[in-house]
Design a protein around this ligand. Structure first.
Ligand code: F6R
Length: 335
């Protein structure tokens, strides 16, 4: 697999994250939907890995605001409820991810309201053949580096279907301004975080309402820094994983991500969890969002996590871009 000639460095893509969001706003604003919106009863956001995280970010943004259920799908199979009254948004950066292609075909058979987000590939061809709306994002990037473009398209689709208004546009412009103002400070904070993580495995705890952020941190540590790690949400982990904190463990670095919007009972849980976990490991790091709105806070934390994954890749002397093992897996599945 050729990587280095194909892509620029991950550092450059992370540096460009704020501009990607602005670019994504332009792609969405310029797109004219072919199909009129119909009233939908539920929403399914399909996509995996770097093309699935946008769905998580958007779900955290909308699920308390909207009146229809929204579900993410990272599988070959559609949930039973999907029918002609379901909005299915199929997102695959390459357009060649087989699980997402299966979802596309099945959703099409069930006459769901289908929209695609891709840079091309088989999904792009299938969408054109079936006359499905397709919001095209720029190609030639590692999929996970294009999240700034991809999650924004989901918002434009939801706006078209009358699920949300257009307030996200101004919110995102404000978030981009915050990222630009704080970018150097974010990098410095990321370097401090990585100095503390050192050679430990990251364990990320977060409030359920911004679970997407912790997922993104873990995914970026996995793919960019080539390290295992996991994320858990509070309160759920208080009912199981917390019990696992019993022995002294100096192989883990624990990160608590704070949005500042946590419900008071969750804040109390964070404090109690921290006091318990600190008894079992010496690296416990509190990470705080900056900003006022959901997007300011979440995108701030995501950029901080992306930079942390970059600095950790440097610290570990690994190539942040390559994901040879994912390519090997995908190729082996085709044999
Ligand atoms: C690679 C990456 C992966 C892919 C995933 C799905 O950079 O982030 O997680 O996103 O394998 O592939 P696509 O995005 O092409 O549907």
């Amino acid at each position: 697999m050729i990587y280095m000639s194909e892509y620029r460095t991950m550092r450059e893509y992370i540096e460009e994250f704020p501009q990607h969001i602005t670019g994504g706003l332009q792609v969405g604003a310029d797109y004219t939907f072919k199909h009129k919106p119909t009233a939908v009863k539920n929403i399914l956001l399909a996509g995996l890995g770097g093309s699935g995280i946008g769905a998580e970010i958007v779900t955290n943004y909308i699920d308390k605001k909207i009146s229809v259920p929204v579900l993410t799908c990272k599988d070959y199979f559609l949930p039973g409820f999907v029918d002609q009254d379901t909005l299915v948004i199929a997102c695959s950066y390459s357009g060649n991810t087989e699980e997402t292609l299966y979802i596309f075909e099945e959703a099409s058979k069930r006459n769901a309201q289908l929209v695609c987000i891709t840079s091309g590939g088989k999904l792009g061809i299938a969408a054109a053949q079936k006359d499905v709306d397709l919001l095209q994002i720029p190609g030639a990037m590692p999929p996970r580096a294009c999240v700034g473009y991809s999650f924004v398209q989901i918002l434009f689709v939801l706006k078209h279907y009358g699920i949300i208004g257009d307030e996200f546009v101004n919110e995102l412009h404000a978030a981009v301004a915050l990222l630009e103002q704080t970018h150097e400070a974010i990098k410095a904070e990321a370097r401090d975080i990585v100095a503390r993580i050192d050679n430990r495995m990251p364990v990320i705890y977060v409030d359920q309402h911004i679970a997407s952020v912790a997922t993104r941190w873990r995914q970026q540590f996995n793919e960019n820094s080539k390290i295992l790690g996991w994320e858990r949400v509070i309160p759920e982990m208080n009912h199981n994983e917390l019990v696992g904190w019993r022995d002294q463990n100096e192989q883990l670095a624990v990160l608590f991500l704070h949005s500042g919007d946590e419900y008071e009972r969750i804040i109390k849980r964070f404090q109690i969890n921290k006091s318990i976990i600190e008894q079992h490991t010496s690296v416990v790091i509190d990470v705080y969002a900056k900003g006022n709105t959901y997007f300011e806070k979440v995108l701030y934390l995501i950029l901080l996590g992306d930079w942390s994954s970059w600095y950790l890749s440097e610290h570990r002397h690994v190539d942040a871009v390559e994901v040879k093992v994912i390519d090997y897996l995908k190729k082996s599945l085709c044999e």
